[in-house]
Design a protein around this ligand. Structure first.
Ligand code: NAI
Ligand code: MG
Length: 503
């Protein structure tokens, strides 16, 4: 099979990245970090350093926040919603124009299959901007009939919250970056965004497109750097009105504690340990590949991954065998190979973490049904490749069942003719509550379980990826607030009530 991209595009990207470190995008210009420091950027399929990026820290964040404030109080804040929407739509078009470059950069940096980036993340990012551009002109207050006696009128203003700090993880970097920006821009806010240190590169290209589209300087600022320095400085900065974070529950809690200085608003999209419940009457031809895709897609590095499988005992053997067969045949490899279905995990740290969990599971008494370790051999030895893995004989209480692994590791469990309360309790036996999957043809089981599950998303018989129109976020320790949909755009606004005495 031929590569689905031009070799010259890849060579050009590599040459540009090798020539000089990428820079911060502050106030509409590309600049090095004030400290002059840079950090290594690694290709997870070879463990080779192929780029360097500016290591921004508190001083750079401060410059970016000041630029964002000037844009908010100046040119961006003064634009009409329709003008903002037009710029957002223009940016969506530019992302599609440069889809090959961005997808290749993303695949090199994160390891994800090129086709997944090109066919999934690029159109998904463009749609986020177009969808949210629609909200720019439709976020407004209300006139309210007062309850108090007398002659007066009340109304609400819905106003942009101000300068937002956004902290993004490495698992779907480009798509997540754009999904953060789109509602922030629709609401009329400005932003300082920090990409993850593992995957800084696609945001740099996005900075070029933001400048080209004609956004006023300072509207969007990208500061690449580490969590403990640049990320912490965002959380601490008194000039930031809201922090939006996607990442680990551990850092989410730290952000809550460290954001109290100015009581900035905080929204959190954290981890998950999402259940996938397959009833005996399910259409197994769809449920088996659906359950496999939910845990092996993006090497399991997905917050909504279906990592706990519950199957009715009548079809348990058939389902688990089907998923294991899929695990055996998934083509694992470099994201740049046209045949690759699953890439490496993002880093040596993530590899250790995932392998550590597999070992822990075996130590706790789980059986490795398929996979269960690092992929070795030609083409694999230097990269961070994990075998698609199914653990059977897992029970609640095991760490592999309770903790987020964030790798291609599924824990399979069975249930009998239990009532929905019992099945719901099993599905809910986790600190998380981000997503869930139900497979059945029975309406009562489908909706009855959907009502019992404590999670922000229930997918019945499959479903699309995350939809920009559909609110997404966590119950319990999976987070605070909802992204996407009207609620996502409104979360970057403050409501102000106004009263007018008419007599
Ligand atoms: P992390 O939560 O440390 O990193 C996510 C982002 O937070 C990165 O941009 C990082 O630079 C930043 N960050 C780290 N420490 C910070 C701090 N003190 N203040 C401000 N920002 C900070 O996640 P990590 O360590 O890369 O992955 C560990 C585990 O977290 C994964 O194995 C997975 O279980 C979970 N995770 C969940 C994600 C999700 O989408 N829900 C995404 C990434 C990780
Ligand atoms: Mg971390």
């Amino acid at each position: 099979m031929n590569a689905p991209f031009a070799a010259t595009t890849l060579e050009k990207i590599r040459a540009e990245l090798a020539a000089k470190p990428t820079e911060l995008f502050i106030d509409g210009k590309f600049v090095p970090a004030l400290s002059g420091k840079t950090f290594d950027v690694e290709d997870p399929s070879t463990a080779q350093i192929f780029a360097h990026s500016a290591a921004g820290d508190a001083a750079d964040i401060d410059l970016a926040v000041k630029a964002a404030r000037r844009a908010f109080e100046g040119p961006w804040g003064k634009m009409t919603p329709a003008q903002r929407a037009r710029l957002m739509i223009k940016l969506a078009d530019l992302i599609e124009r440069d889809g090959d470059i961005i997808a290749l950069t993303e695949s090199l940096d994160n390891g994800m299959p090129y086709m997944m980036a090109r066919m999934g993340m690029i159109p998904g990012a463009a749609e986020q901007l177009r969808y949210n551009a629609g909200w720019a002109t439709k976020l407004h207050g209300e006139t309210i009939t007062p309850s108090w006696p007398g002659e007066w009128q009340t109304l609400t203003f819905r106003e942009a919250i101000g300068v937002v700090g956004a902290i993004v993880p490495w698992n779907v970097p480009f798509m997540m970056t754009v999904a953060k920006l789109a509602p922030i821009l629709a609401a009329g806010c400005t932003v300082v965004l920090k990409p993850a240190e593992q995957t800084p590169l696609s945001a740099v290209h996005l900075g070029k497109l933001i400048a080209e589209a004609g956004f006023p300087d300072g509207t969007v600022n990208f500061v690449t750097g580490f969590g403990e320095t640049a990320g912490a400085a965002i959380v601490d900065h008194p000039g930031i009105d809201k922090v939006t974070f996607t990442g680990s529950t551990e850092v989410g809690k730290l952000i809550v504690r460290n954001s109290t200085g100015n009581l900035k608003r905080v929204s959190l999209e954290l981890g998950g340990k999402s259940p996938c419940v397959i009833f005996a009457d399910a259409d197994l031809e769809k449920a088996i590949p659906g359950a496999a895709a939910s845990i092996f897609g993006n090497a399991g590095q997905v917050c909504a991954a279906g990592s706990r499988l519950f199957v009715h005992e009548k079809v348990y053997d058939q389902v688990v065998e089907g998923i294991q067969n899929r695990a055996r045949t998934i083509k694992v490899g470099s994201g740049l190979l046209p045949t690759t279905e699953m890439g490496p995990v993002v880093s040596a740290e993530q590899l250790e973490r995932v392998l550590g969990y597999i070992e822990t599971g075996a130590g706790e008494g789980a059986t490795v049904g398929v996979g269960g370790g690092r992929l070795e051999g030609e083409g694999y030895n230097s990269g961070y490749f994990v075998k698609p893995t199914v653990l059977t004989g897992t029970v609640s209480g095991m760490r592999v069942v309770e903790e987020e692994i964030f790798g291609p590791v599924l824990c399979a469990m069975r249930f009998g003719d239990d009532d929905l309360d019992t099945i719901g309790a099993k599905a809910n036996a986790t600190q998380y509550g981000l997503s869930s999957n139900i497979w059945t043809r029975d309406l009562v089981n489908a909706l009855g379980l959907a009502k019992r599950i404590k999670a922000g998303l229930v997918r019945i018989n499959g479903g699309p990826g995350l939809d920009p129109a559909l609110p997404f976020g966590g119950f319990k320790q999976s987070g605070w607030g909802r992204e996407n949909g009207k609620s996502g755009a409104e979360s970057y606004t403050e409501l102000k009530s106004v009263t007018i005495a008419l007599a």
